[in-house]
Design a protein around this ligand. Sequence first.
Ligand code: XMP
Length: 521
Amino acid sequence: MTAPQAAPSHPATVVILDFGAQYAQLIARRVREASAFSVILPHDTPWEAIAQYEPSALILTGGPESTLTVDAPAVDERIWAAQLPIFGICYGMQLMARDLGGRLVASAHREYGPAMLHLQNESPLFIDVQNDSRVWMSHGDTVEKPPPGFVALASTERCAVAAIADAKRRFYGVQFHPEVVHSEYGAQMLQNFLRHIAQIAADWQMETFVETAVAQIREQIGDGKVLCALSGGVDSAVAATLVARAIGDRLTCIFVDNGLLREGEAESVLAAFRDVLHLNVVHVDARARFLERLAGISDPEEKRIRIGHEFIAIFDEEAAKLTGVDFLVQGTLYPDVIESKTAGSKAGHKIKSHHNVGGLPANMRLRLVEPLRTLFKDEVREVGRVLGLPEHIVARQPFPGPGLAVRVLGPVDETRLATLRAADAIVTAEIEAAELSPRPWQYFAVLTPVRTVGVMGDGRTYADVIAVRAITSEDGMTADWARLPHALLEKISLRIVNEVAGVNRVVYDITSKPPATVEWE
Ligand code: XMP
């Protein structure tokens, strides 16, 4: 085993080469959870481009293809001679075996699901890993004979070679997916690879990130002036605070109150930015303008488009009032910038562009400052805490750019917004007071365009229906409806029909995503 490397000037970087894996981002997160920095690159990135990161280790992901096909996704073969520790996962292990002279066989049927991992040989990969623990399999081909210099480390009932290693070259491969939670000791094995095999110190910490980011922002901006659109969301808040830490009052933030925020939200966002963080904030009260643009519009897409356009128009107007602005801060996150995730990608694929606050104008001719572009959402929250942002901003639930306009189904007006705000405040307060563990990922009220008959006192009512939505999710891409306790649902329902005028019925949304979406519009 080689000696630990000398401390580099940047945190040790693990380069993850992506073969179109469903779980590439999950691998990157696990690496970061083990306090090592990671970047995901397309599998076919040329060695020169990989080397620019000065990686301390490489991880090859799984992927949907077979290494046995003629044009199977491959790597720049110079990685094998780079004397770096390499960890191949599923397809990554098969490729390692194929490229280095092992033998693979195509299986008639895929193995998918749990299996028990039987350890056959001692290895640093298995430090603190129990024998016969559960791992998660998802593969077609298998390694029949490891390449010269490799030994088989473990097996499962249906897979004779489930892990391989060439300890001398520090090449390791596993057929299962250590990154998913269903692999009991998966995170431990990844950590073992990083710590005990690649000898990477746990030095990826948010304090270090903040220091480095502040220095980089200063360098990028020089003595220029910067503009930032605050949405009240965690990403723009953290990005703005970081930039302010670097350049002080040469940052101007614009907060557009579109009148589509939740109860008390505009006030608390402003108070936090002005009074707690002492940011230089221009407050634009555009409530009337947005309502005008939305009057009578019930088509969801049309609402979104109008809100986006109005936002850009207002932002442009405000930006034009400031002189000498050179840069625009955006709270772009790492998942938004990861290059192509598809197998067969060519390096240099278009980067997905993302605009955080209602789709900021791409043609503003301002240079972008994106200090969060290497971070995942939970890391951004962590940075926010290090920077001293209030918890109500750091832990804020995701909130759609078009705000409550997509939760008031049908036409939006002041009265319907007020109804929704009142109901939403009850849903939020009750779910938070219930101190559920885990708390649902997102929870809110929706004002439906339906009216139903009810009886209140002795009289007939014909009034609005509020829907309650509470979901569990990792990232909003898929979601399940939260199994809220019946007593909590009862309390929410009782309070809404008693306290919110014009509502006589409450329903609970029990649909997952897919097939539904999180928001109703
Ligand atoms: P859907 O409704 O697409 O929502 O299942 C997934 C997640 O995204 C949020 N969402 C948005 N976020 N701008 C945003 O910044 C939007 O236009 C938008 N629409 C939906 C939604 O709240 C959920 O967390």
